[in-house]
Design a protein around this ligand. Structure first.
Ligand SMILES: Nc1ncnc2c1ncn2[C@@H]1O[C@H](COP(=O)(O)OP(=O)(O)O)[C@@H](O)[C@H]1O
Ligand SMILES: [Mg+2]
Length: 574
């Protein structure tokens, strides 16, 4: 039942006045509308009796009712549909906020297309739920109530006869709308395959050409396009069958009432005016009966969408400020302590970090080394709460990680990840990503620091060169240096560098390292690196293997006492 869903409850409560007011206008509209056929009764009886003033009076009344119904209908649609739009906007904002809070692991499990479709299609269904379903449900209930009462006061036995065929109309619509929605879903799915086919062109045109896969790609597109049209044609067929059925039903119902009601009028049991009023009222019941079938299916469709959106919105694993957050912490001291840290990714059973203990003094440069998969990246990421480590395992000075506001954690640390991210935009924007207002002198200083300025000046547009998806492609080493410049411009207290100098030559690496060392008085650095040239500069080297620390010490100390380290060193000398 949707009314018990937390998301629905929240928004019905938040928008209770709008929804109630809109529903009141639905009821008012129906009242006015049904007064019109009732007034027809007096008009027709006046015509029968040749009463001109009574006829005019009825006509005036009908005009007033029609006007009032129109005004009321305007407010009903305007209030309810705009409430639907506002609710959709609010939920979509919530959804986006939640996307920002969800950990990276969530994005590794979920397909982007799936999340997109939740943010777009499912959200659209929610809008219908709040706007249209509210309107139709109130409409159906009030119309039925008013119309049946109105009909019964005109002539009860005929009312019962007239309503008998209605369940048939309801069942037919329900059956039809079920088919309609399933075929519509198929159309949307086919549309998605066309999108995928197009995306492939945008992302892999060079590979398609290089491997002469045009024929294959074309075939797939033609098949997808054909599937789309075929499923649309099915939809056309269904709807072509449904509409004649509705007209037939409406005509049949009119014929029956004309026939039976006609007999009653001829026999003198019913006045001509009542007969006209009866017909006029009954007409208003046909449309809501059709809508019952639609609404039942709209409701079911929305229920699936609400569930899909709630799955994201109420996902338990999010990165947000913990209850114990101490908002007075606005700066991070550079000392870091890691105590008995073990970590297992959610949804996985293997421990990736086991009993890690590390002490880092402010200003130190500490290296992490170890084979691929030994847990170096995982360690850097849990230290920044990109993933949530257990409590009381990571401390910045005496501040336990979860007491530090995320805003402080993010503004006081910088992270250069293994795969540098380049945003679509100019080099200048990419370096100043942290704060676009930064003066050019800072941007330039960061570029010089990261040994990137020479490269930048070799481009025609210099700092205004557009890079990323819509611009030139940087080399691996250039990307890494750009990421360093972006990290350093934040003036972080703690800098995490994950293997981010792997694609630059040793000489450049040496330069950058020397620059990093000049920041020692203000910055602690934790760097994942392999080259001995880097390691020599470090105050401490932590050697990891299968999630555990197997040795730590300076380059010289490790060379002396650790065989594994010696092997790495010997390999590098070759
Ligand atoms: N998001 C994740 N979910 C589950 N397992 C992961 C995730 N990221 C990394 N791992 C696993 O954790 C282990 C350590 O990986 P990682 O920290 O990337 O090692 P390294 O950086 O030393 O190469 C690997 O076995 C890897 O498969
Ligand atoms: Mg790694």
């Amino acid at each position: 039942m949707l009314l018990t869903s937390p998301l629905i409850k929240k928004y019905i409560y938040l928008y209770r006045y709008k929804l109630a007011l809109g529903s009141l206008f639905v009821i008012a509209t129906n009242l006015f509308i049904l007064l019109i056929p009732r007034t027809f009764k007096y008009a027709v009886d006046a015509i029968r009796d040749y009463q001109m003033p009574a006829l005019l009076h009825s006509v005036e009344l009908i005009l007033v009712y029609a006007l009032l119904a129109g005004i009321s209908r305007f407010f009903m649609r305007n209030i309810l549909f705009s409430a639907g739009r506002y609710i959709e906007q609010d939920i979509r904002n919530d959804f986006f906020e939640q996307l920002l809070r969800l950990p990276q692991s969530y994005y590794q499990q979920m397909k982007a297309g799936d999340l997109l479709s939740r943010a777009l299609h499912d959200m659209d269904h929610l809008r219908y739920l709040f706007g249209h379903v509210t309107m139709h449900v109130t409409n159906i209930i009030s119309l039925y109530l008013f119309a049946v009462v109105s009909l019964a006061t005109i002539y009860l036995p005929l009312t019962i006869l007239a309503i008998i065929p209605f369940p048939l109309l309801f069942l037919a619509t329900r059956y039809y709308s079920k088919i309609f929605f399933s075929q519509y879903k198929e159309v949307m799915e086919k549309m998605a395959t066309i999108t995928v086919s197009l995306q492939e062109i945008f992302s892999s045109i060079s590979a398609i050409k290089a491997y002469t896969r045009e024929e294959h790609v074309r075939e797939r597109f033609v098949t997808a396009n054909d599937g789309y049209v075929q499923s649309n044609l099915k939809l056309v067929k269904t709807s072509s069958m449904y509409h004649p059925f509705i007209s037939l039903f409406t005509s049949l119902s009119a014929i029956i009432i004309l026939w039976l009601g006609g007999i009653l009028v001829i026999k003198g049991t019913m006045s001509l005016g009542s007969f006209v009023a009866f017909n006029g009222t009954l007409v208003f019941l046909i449309q809501p009966t059709i809508f019952i079938g639609w609404v039942v299916n709209l409701y079911q469709r929305s229920r699936a969408s609400v569930a899909r959106i709630e799955e994201v919105l109420y996902h338990p694993e999010i990165i947000e400020n913990a209850p114990e957050t101490d908002y007075s912490i606005t700066e991070l001291p550079g000392d870091i302590t890691i105590r008995n840290l073990s970590y297992t990714y959610s949804g996985s059973s293997a421990e990736v970090l086991t009993d890690i203990n590390i002490e880092i003094k402010s200003g130190q440069m500490v290296a992490l080394i170890g084979e691929v998969g030994s847990g170096k990246s995982s360690l850097l990421q849990v230290m920044q709460r990109i993933y949530n480590p257990p409590r009381s395992t990571v401390f910045f000075d005496t501040n336990e990680l979860y007491t530090i506001p995320l805003s402080t954690l993010y503004s006081e640390t910088s992270y250069v990840s293994q795969e540098p991210i380049i945003f679509s935009g100019t080099i200048r924007e990419n370096i100043a990503y942290y704060n676009p207002e930064l003066p050019f002198s800072d941007i330039q200083a960061a570029a010089v620091f990261a040994y990137l300025e020479k490269d930048i000046l070799s481009f025609d547009q210099g700092y205004d060169t557009i890079v990323g998806e819509h611009g030139i492609t940087l080399s691996g080493g250039q990307k890494q240096r750009l990421a360093i410049a972006r990290a350093i411009i934040k003036k972080p207290k703690v800098l995490f560098i994950d293997n981010a100098l792997s694609s630059v030559d040793t000489e450049t690496e040496e330069h950058i390292l020397r620059n990093l060392l000049t920041l020692k008085s203000t910055m602690t650095t934790l760097i994942v690196a392999h080259r001995v040239s880097t390691l020599k500069h470090c105050d401490n080297i932590i050697l990891m293997d299968q999630g555990k620390i197997v040795a730590q010490g300076t380059h010289e100390a490790l060379l002396e006492k650790n065989n594994l380290y010696k092997v790495i060193y010997e390999k590098q000398k070759l």
